[in-house]
Design a protein around this ligand. Structure first.
Ligand code: PGA
Length: 233
C-alpha cells in the first residue's frame, strides 16, 4: 500500500470537489488516497478517499482570527494535515520550530501530520541537499515518536515541471530513512512530492524508501489524478 496524497492548495469549488469524489467512486486500488483540501471544502461526508487539511493553528482556541484549530479540524472529519509545506515556509515565514509545534498539535488531536521538507535550488546547486534536508527533518519532527508522515519535496521541483533524477530521489529518501532510523522512528512513511504526474508516478513510487506521493497540480482534475492512482502499485 502506498500513500497518494493530493494537495489542492488555494484551488477548488464545492462543485469541483463533488466531481472529484464522484469519479473516485469507480477507482479500485490498494493505495491510501488522501485529499488535502482548502478549509472551505472540508466535508465529513466524503467517501472513497481520506480527508486532509493544509494547515493547523498552533493555538487550541481563542482570539486568533483566521486560525483553524486541531479540535476544529478533527470535528470537520480531518484525518491528516500538511505542516511546513514549502509555500507556508516561504510566504508565511514558518520556521522548523513552528512546523514542529504544529505537528505536535496535530498529534495531540489524533490527526496525522504530513511534515514537508526539501532543499532550495541554491542548496542543491552548492551540494548541500543532504545537510539541508537532514537539518530540516530533525528540527521539524516531534520529539516523541508518533504516527506522522514525511514528505520530501525539493522546493525547486514544486509546480515547475522539474524533478530530480530517480537516483537523486533515491539518495535523499535513503538519507531521510537512515536519519529516522537513527532516532528509532524508522516506521515513518516517506513520500516524494514535486511535479509528480502520470508519466513519472510509477517509477518514482517504485523506488526503495518511497512510500507514496504528494501531488499538487495533477491532483486537481480527475483526468490527471486518477491515472496516477492507477499506475502506482
Ligand atoms: P506540484 O506540487 O505537484 O504541483 O509540483 C506539489 C506540492 O506542492 O505538494
Amino acid at each position: 500500500m502506498k500513500f497518494i496524497i493530493g494537495n489542492w492548495k488555494s484551488n477548488g469549488t464545492i462543485e469541483e470537489k463533488d466531481a472529484m469524489f464522484k469519479s473516485l467512486k469507480n477507482v479500485r486500488t490498494n493505495n491510501k488516497i488522501v485529499l488535502c483540501l482548502p478549509f472551505t471544502l472540508l466535508d465529513k461526508n466524503i467517501s472513497h478517499a481520506h480527508l486532509g487539511a493544509q494547515d493547523i493553528s498552533i493555538h487550541p482556541n481563542g482570539a486568533f482570527t483566521g486560525d483553524i484549530s486541531g479540535k476544529m479540524l478533527k470535528d470537520a472529519g480531518v484525518e491528516c494535515v500538511l505542516v511546513g509545506h514549502s509555500e507556508r515556509r516561504l510566504y508565511h515565514n514558518e520556521t522548523n520550530d513552528i512546523v514542529k509545534n504544529k505537528a505536535k498539535v496535530a498529534l495531540d488531536n489524533q490527526i496525522v501530520p504530513i511534515i514537508c521538507i526539501g532543499e532550495t535550488l541554491e542548496e542543491k546547486k552548492t551540494g548541500r541537499t543532504m545537510t539541508a534536508v537532514k537539518k530540516m527533518l530533525l528540527e521539524s519532527i516531534p520529539d516523541k515518536y508518533g504516527d506522522y508522515i514525511i514528505a520530501y519535496e525539493p522546493r525547486w521541483a514544486i509546480g515547475t515541471g522539474l524533478t530530480p533524477t530517480l537516483e537523486e530521489i533515491s539518495a535523499v529518501h535513503e538519507t531521510i530513512f537512515k536519519a529516522l532510523r537513527g532516532i528509532e522512528h524508522e516506521d515513518t512513511p516517506i513520500l516524494y512530492g514535486g511535479s509528480v504526474n502520470m508519466d513519472n508516478a510509477s517509477q518514482i513510487s517504485s523506488l526503495p524508501h518511497v512510500d507514496g506521493l504528494l501531488i499538487g497540480g495533477a491532483s486537481l482534475k480527475s483526468e490527471t489524478f486518477l491515472p496516477i492512482i492507477n499506475v502506482v502499485k
